[in-house]
Design a protein around this ligand. Structure first.
Ligand code: SF4
Length: 294
């Protein structure tokens, strides 16, 4: 899918301008307006929208119909700023066995509700042991934007809903600045559906075990675009080890379950809480995402 040139200039209300000020952005700019793009702390500027293609683990499940509405839960951390924990020594065979377990359960789910039920009973990885609730997601079906974080946080685990803490509030503000909201045209979810203990990032094998649920969500939700939040999410979805700085600022194409979905990677809102200088780059990514809007 090719990003169209910005179809209609965004008119900022006083409220949106106030939100932008809260985000630390006093002068909104649009993609391509190089003069107005402030420098980022990482020193990276958005590249001209280019294309990159990736397949989500070669995932190819059957093609289901979209189900109506939904609800499940979310996280709150600076994924981009946290080092990934070393993967536990687990064999490829063990990971494949865990993935096979969830693949069968996810494929059998005909709608989001039954998928949530399947995940609620899932014990395919160790994250099931300390969860309070499974956090599948929240938002609308056929969303304009599917936001994917790394994993549920403590409050998400308690409430059963995603992005419930401070970073979720910041994400909501950021989405509002481009005219989107989780109650309107967005769906929020995570790579893993159970909370990693101690607010750590999910391990490689946990992400692999849980991937079938995400793939099935993509089939059922049929999102128009994806916003991948944080390094671990971007690298996992795009199957690459490239740093986030190289992945953000351009449009990738994710092939999954017979769909090709444009994907923009950016900083996790939890990271932005601790690195406000990166908000400018995140704003730039949101503007790029907005140009993809149908
Ligand atoms: S994180 Fe995913 S794979 Fe692991 S127990 Fe929870 S639902 Fe199952």
């Amino acid at each position: 899918m090719t990003p169209s040139p910005d179809p209609k200039p965004l008119q900022y209300s006083a409220l949106q301008l106030a939100w932008l000020h809260e985000l630390g952005i006093d002068k909104p700019w649009l993609p391509g307006d190089a003069r107005a793009v402030p420098a980022t702390s990482s020193g990276t500027q958005a590249e001209a929208p280019g294309k990159a293609e990736a397949r989500l683990n070669g995932a190819a499940v059957s093609n289901p119909s979209a189900a109506p509405v939904t609800t499940t839960r979310a996280p709150t951390r600076g994924a981009a700023s946290k080092p990934q924990q070393a993967a536990a020594p687990m064999s490829a065979v063990s990971i494949a066995a865990m993935t096979a377990l969830t693949a069968a359960a996810a494929a059998a789910a005909s709608d989001l509700e039954s998928l949530t039920l399947a995940a609620s009973a899932c014990q395919a990885c160790g994250l099931c042991r300390q969860r309070d609730q499974v956090v599948m997601g929240q938002g609308v079906t056929q969303p304009a934007i599917l936001v994917i974080g790394d994993g549920p946080g403590e409050q998400d685990d308690r409430k059963g809903l995603p992005f419930m803490a401070e970073s979720g509030a910041l994400l909501d503000q950021m989405l509002l600045t481009i005219g989107s909201a989780r109650t309107r045209d967005v769906y929020l979810t995570n790579l893993v559906k159970c909370r990693p203990p101690g607010n750590r990032l999910a391990l490689r094998e946990e992400i692999a075990a849980c991937q079938s649920y995400l793939v099935r969500q993509l089939e059922l939700l049929r999102p128009f675009s994806i916003l991948a939040l944080g390094r671990v999410v971007a690298q996992s979805l795009l199957n690459t080890d490239e740093p986030l700085q190289n992945l953000r600022g351009r449009v990738h194409q994710l092939e999954v379950a017979g769909q090709t979905i444009p994907l923009v990677a950016s900083y996790h809102s939890g990271h932005l809480l601790n690195h406000p200088a990166d908000k400018a780059a995140a704003w730039q990514d949101l503007q790029l995402l907005r140009t993809l809007r149908r």
